[in-house]
Ligand binder design. Structure first.
Ligand code: GLA
Length: 647
């Protein structure tokens, strides 16, 4: 497809034919170029086992095609039909607590279950055959949001598959016993059949076993995806990620190579005043999964969602800012859930492109306007965003850190990553996310905010980066354990001692309202304090109060041609500290900009998104504004967006 795709999930099966016909007229009015179709339609396509009814879908696909609207065709495996669940009651997933999931919702079949895999292949091969060559179909949309809401399944089929997975991973029980540290609490295994899933128990279950179960569950969902991908030849295949930042259960680095294009769903968190920063983070992580190239925003909302505490409608201009911020950060699509608001079912209070109020509404007018603007951005498609700063992001570390019995329950992966990301966002610095083992040599600055689990190989990667001239920032409680949640030998932070030029003797986690003063005016640290013992590193800031008063809180270590910083608490003024580090690392930054002005360069296009209620001056940017069609005036209107094509 040329240009930036515009459209949404389309569920015509909920509507009579007159409405479906009106849909296509309205889609043209709004500039819709692509819809995602059939995502939950299994029971309508195969109402009884082996009885297929494709006629209605043929009609919809043909009608869309006649109107020049492309189809992103769903495989409806996220909604197994009632006949399937009745025939295979044991295909319904079991939670860690041992509750079997009921029907009547969606996502109620286990990805490992042989009957589910069989039924999936039967249906998907027919869809491939029937629609694979249809000129309207431009892409396959497999399943829906793997891993959400249920990442891990604890049914019998899963346990059997887990044992096979372990045999491949460890080959021998000796290797498994060693990796899992089963001498602790006498958990030694003498037979593969003795191994169970790490079910809920009244005390803590072996953390290495839990980590492996998380990896296994990720691989099982991927297996179910790959089974479909193999059948869907001829067109690009993707699956929509359940929010790159929010979908904890899937290690999306492992998925990135399996999809032909990265597709992400993103919803604002209504409780957060900084949700536009969270949006940017999700988009940057999507682009990073895409290796810096374009990706697709497969779902977001025109307004309120119906699954949060408050279904907050977007303020005027907010949808537009949201959509274009995704494009700024590399998306070649602006897609919504969903086209027309449902009248019944679980999501009837969810916003849509066509609201219940109909076309005589501000929301519809905004959708039509946005469609036209997205059309004007066609030339942006395919261009790339490049960043000089990277944040280390590793799902395995996310999983491991948040298992039970850590030194503090306030140690949360996202909390630290978001703190660093937000500080850099406010400094107008665009960041990529990287796996700790990735090639990071091209970045001026790499930040590892919450790298609790770090393999020896990854730690060496970070060290080499510094020795070769890079600048590294590491936050507390990083480099502590290996891939089996086993503590690296010697003092903390085992594999990072050398690069950071220090060791940590004792942790002093802070209680809820406890803070420590830092040795710079008004400096305050929260969550964490610890006894740092520099061994080569220089102290930049010290703790002034608290259990580590008089000892290092922030250090800097020159190593080889580079420098490694360590931050041993959660400073309130992280932004100030990072601003200094960014400057020292030689990161290119725009001149003075208002705080709430988001500026991202995508190829020759400068996206300027003003999140404030006052106009924002942006000196130094010259060129045509693709949105207004006129030369950029040097000022972004209050709440407005400009996309400037620079010479
Ligand atoms: C998810 C799903 C959609 C829909 C939206 C609602 O992203 O993929 O089917 O339920 O949430 O926000």
């Amino acid at each position: 497809m040329a240009g930036i795709a515009f459209g949404g999930d389309y569920n015509p099966e909920q509507w009579p034919r007159e409405v479906q016909e009106e849909d296509v007229r309205l889609m043209r009015e709004a500039g819709v170029t692509m819809v995602s179709l059939g995502i939950f339609a299994w029971a309508l396509l195969e109402p009884a086992e082996g009885r297929y009814e494709f006629g209605w879908l043929d009609e919809v696909v043909d009608r869309l095609h006649a109107a020049g609207i492309a189809v992103n065709l769903g495989t409806p495996t996220a909604a197994p039909p009632p006949w399937f669940s009745l025939k295979h009651p044991d295909s319904r997933p079991v939670t860690r607590e041992g509750r079997r999931v009921g029907t009547g919702g969606r996502e109620h079949a286990c990805s490992s279950h042989p009957a589910f895999r069989h039924a999936t292949a039967e249906l998907v091969s027919r869809l491939a055959q029937r629609y694979g060559d249809h000129p309207a179909v431009v892409m396959w949309h497999v399943h829906n949001e793997y891993g959400a809401p249920l990442g891990e399944c604890y049914c019998e089929a899963s346990v059997a598959a887990f044992r096979e997975w372990l045999k491949v991973r460890y080959a021998t029980l000796d290797a498994l016993n060693h990796a899992w540290g089963t001498t602790f609490w006498g958990q030694h295994y003498g037979d593969w059949a003795e191994i169970d899933a790490p079910r809920w128990s009244h005390t803590v279950v072996n953390p290495a076993q839990r980590l492996d179960y998380a990896r296994f569950a990720n691989d099982e969902h991927r297996g179910h995806y790959l089974l479909q991908k193999e059948l869907l030849t001829g067109k690009p295949v993707t699956t929509n990620f359940a929010g790159t930042v929010n979908c904890k259960s899937m290690d999306l680095w492992t998925w990135a190579g399996d999809v032909d294009v990265i597709a992400n769903d993103h919803y604002l968190d209504a409780e957060r005043p900084d949700n536009h920063i969270h949006l940017a983070m999700s988009a940057d992580l999507s682009r990073s999964l895409a290796g810096g190239g374009p990706w697709l925003l497969m779902e977001h909302s025109t307004g309120a969602v119906n699954w949060q505490r408050w279904g907050v409608a977007k303020r005027p201009g907010e949808m537009r800012r949201n959509s274009l911020a995704h494009v700024a950060r590399g998306s070649d699509a602006v897609m919504f859930f969903q086209w027309r608001a449902s009248r019944f079912g679980a999501e009837k209070f969810h916003s849509a492109m066509v609201p219940h109020a109909g076309t005589d509404s501000a929301l519809w007018r905004d959708v039509v306007r946005l469609g036209a603007e997205v059309g004007r951005l066609a030339e942006v498609a395919g261009s790339r965003v490049s960043a000089e700063v990277a944040i280390v992001w590793d799902w395995e570390s996310y999983w491991a850190l948040e298992l039970d019995w850590r030194p503090s329950t306030e140690l949360r992966f996202l909390e630290r990553v978001e703190a660093y990301y937000a500080a850099l966002w406010r400094e107008h610095v665009t960041v990529d996310f990287v796996h700790p083992s990735a090639d990071i040599s091209g970045y001026r600055l790499v930040v590892a905010p919450s790298a609790y689990l770090l393999t020896e190989g990854s730690a060496k990667n970070l060290q080499r980066y510094v020795e070769d001239g890079g600048s590294l920032v590491v936050s507390y409680f990083s480099g502590i354990v290996n891939e089996h949640d086993t503590i690296h030998p010697g003092a903390y932070p085992g594999v990072l001692r050398e690069v950071l030029g220090l060791s940590v003797e004792e942790f002093h986690p802070l209680r809820d309202d406890e803070t420590v003063a830092l040795g710079r005016p008004d400096g305050v640290g929260r969550i964490w304090s610890e006894r740092v013992r520099p061994a080569g590193a220089r102290t930049v800031q010290s703790f002034a109060t608290g259990p580590d008063a008089g000892h290092a809180a922030v250090t800097r270590h020159n190593l080889g041609a580079g420098v490694a910083w360590y931050i041993a608490t959660a400073p309130d003024d992280l932004r100030e500290l990072l601003a200094e580090i960014v400057v020292r690392a030689g990161v290119t930054r725009p001149g003075e900009l208002p705080d709430a002005l988001e500026m991202v360069e995508r190829g020759p296009y400068v996206f300027l998104i003003n999140h404030a209620d006052a106009a924002a001056p942006v000196p130094g940017v010259v060129g045509a504004d693709l949105i207004s069609g006129a030369p950029f005036t040097g000022e972004v209107p209050a709440g407005g967006v400009c996309v400037v094509r620079t010479p």
